[in-house]
Design a protein around this ligand. Structure first.
Ligand SMILES: NC(=O)c1ccc[n+]([C@@H]2O[C@H](COP(=O)([O-])OP(=O)(O)OC[C@H]3O[C@@H](n4cnc5c(N)ncnc54)[C@H](O)[C@@H]3O)[C@@H](O)[C@H]2O)c1
Length: 363
């Protein structure tokens, strides 16, 4: 199977961790006998500072036409304090490609990584499905009498039937496709009686269509509490844009932190984009010390999205093994460089799993 991947490494440590993600991706594909054609795009701070180009004209059309999936590193550079290039590229893709489902797995790969006492890998294995295109993040609102003591600031929370229906349906379909039996919807409908009442009604409408999935609801404050108290009760959680943003960071902290957290921005009917959760961490840029596991696990999600679930499982097994054996960067207590972690995982996959047929026409 030949697949075409657009690679946007971006800025800072994004460049270093993406290099390792591609290395491991290619190792898994090679063992599996698949050809992955990776094409790199230099969209990011350097190009923006040089040419004032962030997302080039026609980029989204080109991506849709020529690629099966996008792998992104991270965007953000202290020389561009307003983040205009990053917003153009990230939001350009998120809204332009209608990437409405943000998948954020919360999976513990080794017991030593969780700050929770007496919790093991069997207790932390769920996926947060965050609505990615609506809610409080649509930048609708305004100021009245700005800068005075009489200022009024309004920030609109947009919830459409179409947006809520498709994300809850996506979460049910995701649960079903991934052998998950429990789906939880979380909102704040006790306080947000219009927007989140819509979430309640749509959830009640869709749940009977999935009798094989046990569905339940928690208010968002109770969800945060329960994620720490008893995380084993969750399999798939679906929630709105802002709540998903917040509880998925809580989830990341429960399983080892930002350096390990992968994510996907999915449009099930179009082109999707996968990126580690962390940013460009400028203070570590260019030092070969950033943890590449978040980006590598992101590459694993990307493989699964392409239908290469066996190869995705190899990537995760390799990541687990590197953590168990202490073959990690210093943030996880190891002493390896970024590139050495990538080498270790690529070698692990090549040595551990029997190669199928190896394509020769690689680029
Ligand atoms: N999706 C994205 O591209 C994205 C996401 C978040 C932040 N950003 C941008 O990144 C820049 C830096 O933001 P920030 O400092 O708030 O967040 P950050 O995720 O870049 O870094 C926060 C801290 O987390 C740790 N960290 C993060 N990733 C790590 C890794 N792979 N290995 C080891 N340690 C890691 C470091 O201690 C780092 O200082 C900003 O310009 C911000 O806007 C981009």
């Amino acid at each position: 199977m030949k697949k075409r991947i657009a690679v946007v490494a971006g800025d800072g440590i994004g460049i270093e961790v993406t290099r390792e993600a591609v290395k491991v991706l290619q190792a898994a594909a090679q063992v599996g006998g698949h050809e992955l054609a990776c094409t790199e795009f230099d969209w990011g701070a350097e190009r923006y500072l040089r040419e004032r180009v962030s997302l080039p004209p026609g980029a989204l059309e080109m991506l849709r036409r020529d690629f099966d999936v996008i792998l992104l590193g991270a965007l953000g550079d202290p020389r561009i304090p307003d983040m205009s290039h990053a917003k153009d590229i990230l939001f350009g893709m998120r809204f332009g490609l209608d990437l409405y489902a943000n998948l954020r797995p919360v999976k513990l790969l080794h017991p030593k990584l969780t700050p929770l006492r007496d919790r093991g890998v069997e207790d932390l294995d769920f996926v947060i499905v965050r609505e990615n295109t609506e809610g409080l993040y649509v930048a609708m609102g305004g100021n009245f009498k700005k800068g005075t003591r009489d200022e009024v600031a309004l920030q609109e929370d947009v919830n459409t039937y179409k947006g809520v229906e498709r994300i809850i349906r996506f979460a049910f379909d995701y649960a079903r496709a991934h052998g998950r039996k429990r789906l939880l919807m979380s909102d704040k409908s006790n306080a947000l009686g219009y927007g989140h009442d819509l979430w309640q009604r749509v959830f009640a409408e869709l749940a009977p269509q999935y009798p094989d999935i046990e569905s339940r609801h928690l208010y968002i404050d109770n969800l945060a509490f329960q994620m720490v108290k008893n995380p084993a009760q969750f399999e798939v959680i679906v929630t709105c844009n802002m709540f998903g943003d917040i509880v998925s960071d809580l989830g990341a902290s429960l399983v080892g932190g930002l350096g390990l957290a992968p994510s996907g921005n999915v449009n099930p009917d179009g082109l999707s984009m996968f990126e580690p959760v962390h940013g460009s961490a400028p203070k570590y840029a260019g030092q070969n010390v950033a943890n590449p596991l978040g980006a590598i696990l992101t590459a694993g999600m990307l493989l699964d999205h392409l239908g290469l679930s066996q190869e995705a499982a190899w990537v995760e097994e390799a990541a687990k093994a590197s953590i168990a054996e202490g073959k990690t960067t210093r943030d996880l207590g190891g002493s390896l460089k970024t590139s050495e972690v990538g080498d270790w995982l690529a070698n692990f996959i090549a040595a551990r799993y029997p190669a199928r047929s190896v394509p020769t026409n690689r680029r």
